[in-house]
Structure formats: C-alpha cells, structure tokens
Design a protein around this ligand. Structure first.
Ligand code: HEC
Length: 189
C-alpha cells in the first residue's frame, strides 16, 4: 500500500511536470499591438541622430518652455533642486574638466558628462516633464534641448537645433567615453 502510494505520487509529479513543460500556445488574453501603438513607443534616437523627427528650435525659443515646464523641478537656471538633478554644470572657463574640478563642482550634469547631444532629445521626449511625459511637441523638445546646450555653453543662444545640427554638436565629455570593444557589443562605456 505504501509503495503504491509512493508510486502514484511519482506519477502525479511527472504529469505536473509535463504540463509545465508544455504551456498552451495561447494564454487567451491580450492582443497584438497595432502599428500605431508600436509607433508611439518606437521613439529612440541614436547617437548618430537616427530617429530624430522634423522640427527645430533655438535656446531663445526654449527659455520660456524651460521656465514653464522644467524649472519647478530643475531650478530656474538648471542648477537642480532637492526634487531633481542639476542639468547645467559648467563653471565658466573650466572646460568641464570633471576629473579635476573641485569640491561641489564635480557634479555630473548634461554639460559635464553626457557624451552625445542627441541623448537630450531622446531622454526629454520619452521622460520629461517627469509628471507629464509625452506632452511636448517636437519643436518644444528641440528648443529646450537648445536651451540646455546653450546654458552649458556648448552652443550659442541663436544656434538652430534640428535633426541635422544636433548630432553634429560635440559634447565636452565625448572623448571620455570609448566604444565597448567586447565581442558582439556595440555599446559605449
Ligand atoms: C516634476 C518634476 C520634473 C519636471 C517638471 C521635469 N523634470 Fe526632468 N527630471 C526629474 C527627475 C525626478 C529626474 C531624474 C529621473 C530619474 O533619474 O529617473 C529628471 C531628470 C532629467 C534629466 C536627466 C538628468 C541626468 O543627468 O540624468 C533631464 C535632461 C531632464 N530631467 C530634463 C527635463 C526637462 C527638459 C524638463 C522640462 C521639459 C524637465 N526635465 C521637467 C524631474 C522633473
């Protein structure tokens, strides 16, 4: 009797394993995403600018956008607040030397350590304003990107940022990053 019980336990366990190994081909919930839905999420912009939409903006146009939609969290001059990080970090004339700047100035900001200007567009488009992501127009994003680049003394206030000029902006920290040369990797570290 004992042996028969043990045997049936083994059989039941084996049956349970078989079920787990072969899940149903459909779970009966969800649906395929529509091309329009995929398009709203397919918004990444590469370092080379692939993925940037049409549109343009200058720092002059970006100043009121920044003041209205970013300053409450990041500070009126991008200096940061207890809520959100500093976005402007350049000490005049110190050439963003992160490694040698002193004390509290060693903050990582867009100006002092981001290697690609295009990341600004990508990041702001997908994630900012933090409480209302996805609400900015392409022109507003270009303008606020231009504003942050100008505040970091990387471009002039009237420099037009668009899909062609943004990838050509060389960030001060660009050469502090190297391509990751491990096999099958195209990442940057
Ligand atoms: C409600 C507060 C809030 C508002 C408004 C806001 N941000 Fe942010 N922002 C944040 C927070 C919080 C983070 C950090 C998010 C994280 O690390 O996941 C952040 C991060 C960022 C970063 C990345 C900083 C870094 O070096 O990692 C950028 C760039 C940025 N915000 C730009 C903007 C711009 C441009 C606007 C206006 C269009 C904006 N933010 C509006 C809260 C805010």
């Amino acid at each position: 009797m004992k042996r028969a019980l043990a045997l049936s336990f083994v059989l039941i366990t084996a049956a349970a394993c078989n079920r787990a190994d072969a899940p149903p081909s459909r779970f009966g919930f969800g649906r395929a995403a529509t091309p329009a839905e995929i398009q709203t999420l397919d918004i990444d912009v590469g370092p080379d600018g692939v993925g940037l939409p049409a549109g343009q903006g200058t720092a002059v146009a970006g100043a009121p956008v920044y003041a209205a939609k970013c300053a409450t969290c990041h500070g009126s001059a991008g200096e940061g607040t207890p809520i959100a990080a500093a976005l402007v970090g350049r000490i005049p004339n110190d050439s963003f030397n992160y490694a040698t700047s002193t004390g509290g100035d060693r903050r990582k900001t867009v100006g002092s350590w981001w290697p690609h200007a295009t990341t600004l567009y990508d990041y702001i488009r997908r994630a900012m304003p933090f409480d209302k992501p996805g609400t900015l127009t392409p022109d507003e994003i270009y303008a606020v990107t231009a504003f942050l680049l100008a505040k970091n003394e990387i471009v002039k206030d009237d420099f037009v940022i668009d899909a062609t000029s943004l990838p050509a902006v060389k960030m001060p920290s660009r050469d502090r990053f190297v391509a990751d040369d491990r096999e099958k990797s195209n990442r940057v570290r």
